[in-house]
Write a protein that binds this ligand. Structure first.
Ligand SMILES: C[S@@+](CC[C@H](N)C(=O)[O-])C[C@H]1O[C@@H](n2cnc3c(N)ncnc32)[C@H](O)[C@@H]1O
Length: 345
């Protein structure tokens, strides 16, 4: 076993790092992760400066030379098909770009858990962020049960939004949660942020306007034995008054139009509460435009927004990225007439 490049991380942060490394294409799939006490050693390929910066926002790590066992070579869809196929798996359904029968057969052969292959007929669209699909192979359905971070989610891909591509981001937000804190998920969908943070000890109010999403969210709360979550079918904008100054944390995962709800989120946040704001941004202005939206909304709401973190969550479309801006809402400082936002009494 020769020494190769590795990333040493704390065990409890291992999954966040592993997923991000895979997304970056920096995880070495030919080698096995090694465990030693409280640390994990991840086999990696060379990291660019940007990649190191991105990783340092996830937590502490050391770059090391380490020895890793080799993975057994696995059959892949690409290997079987002789060309690339673009797909993702949600529960036991593969979502394939294009109704390609050959690719569907290869997916079913390689991924033994896949029972249905469907292909999008539309983009994610409308207020409820849903899309329509056509059946390609296997069973003809859009309902499934997906597992993520130890929780199970009933999903209907045609009736309510869900993507597994935000799994790492959900884990990052969950890692910030303190037991007993109050959180509002304004656009909860079938619950992948809300239920995960509830499991980590947050008292959650989860809101969605889509009745099908809310029905699945209730089922998912039951499925995961989360009994104390407040689940509301409502327009998030209408709840700002009722939940004013209640939240230590607000999640705004409606990236195409979250900016329209910034005022409501700032109202719902307590003094010092943190908002996770998601947007789709062009690569030549990743954070400038949305930072300005946050600052304009803060000024209109009479609060101060302290930017805590700006990050890229995933690539969304050519030259477009799904980004996140975490900011703290300071109310007392603003009411007292300015100055630098501080922790307060
Ligand atoms: C991008 S999805 C995110 C769902 C979920 N947070 C997730 O990560 O899977 C946005 C959700 O916001 C809901 N939505 C859209 N407008 C809304 C509004 N005004 N009030 C509440 N929910 C809304 C949609 O129905 C959809 O389920």
């Amino acid at each position: 076993m020769a020494s190769t490049l590795g990333l040493k991380v704390r065990r409890r942060e291992g999954e966040v790092f592993r997923r991000r490394l895979v997304e970056m294409g920096a995880f070495d799939p030919g080698r096995k992760i090694r465990s030693e006490g409280e640390d994990l050693y991840m086999p990696i390929l060379e990291l660019s400066r940007e990649a190191k910066e991105e990783l340092s926002s996830l937590g502490e790590f050391d770059l090391v030379e380490a020895e890793f066992r080799e993975e057994e070579p696995r059959e892949t869809v690409e290997g079987l098909l002789g060309r690339k196929a673009s797909f993702e798996v949600v529960g036991d359904i593969a979502i394939l770009e294009g109704a390609d029968q050959e690719a569907a057969a290869a997916i079913i052969a390689v991924h033994r858990n896949v029972r249905a292959v469907i292909s999008p007929l539309t983009a994610v669209e409308g207020e409820y962020r849903t899309r329509r699909f056509e059946h390609v192979a296997g069973e003809a359905r859009t309902t499934t049960v997906h597992r993520e971070h130890g929780l199970r989610y009933r999903i209907d891909l045609e009736r309510a939004y869900f993507t597994p591509r935000l799994g790492t981001e959900r884990l990052r937000v969950a890692s910030l949660v303190r037991r007993g804190e109050a959180a509002v998920d304004m656009f909860a969908g079938v619950g992948p942020f809300a239920l995960l943070i509830a499991k980590r000890g947050a008292r959650v109010v989860a809101v969605d306007k889509n009745p099908d999403a809310v029905r699945l969210l209730r089922e998912n709360a039951n499925l995961n034995r989360i009994t104390d979550m407040v689940i509301l079918e409502a327009d998030a904008a209408d709840l700002a008054e009722e939940f004013a100054n209640r939240a230590d944390r607000v999640i705004m995962n409606l990236p195409h139009s979250a900016r329209d709800f910034l005022g409501a989120a700032m109202k719902v946040a307590k003094d010092g509460g943190v908002v996770h704001y998601y947007a789709i941004a062009p690569e030549d202005d990743l954070f400038g435009r949305d930072t300005a939206f946050v600052e304009e909304a803060a000024s209109a709401s009479g609060v101060k927004a302290e930017i805590l973190r700006r990050g890229v969550v995933r690539s969304y479309a050519p030259h477009q990225y799904n980004i996140v801006i975490d900011f703290a809402v300071h109310k007392r400082v603003a009411a007292e007439g300015g100055g630098r936002p501080g922790p307060g009494p």
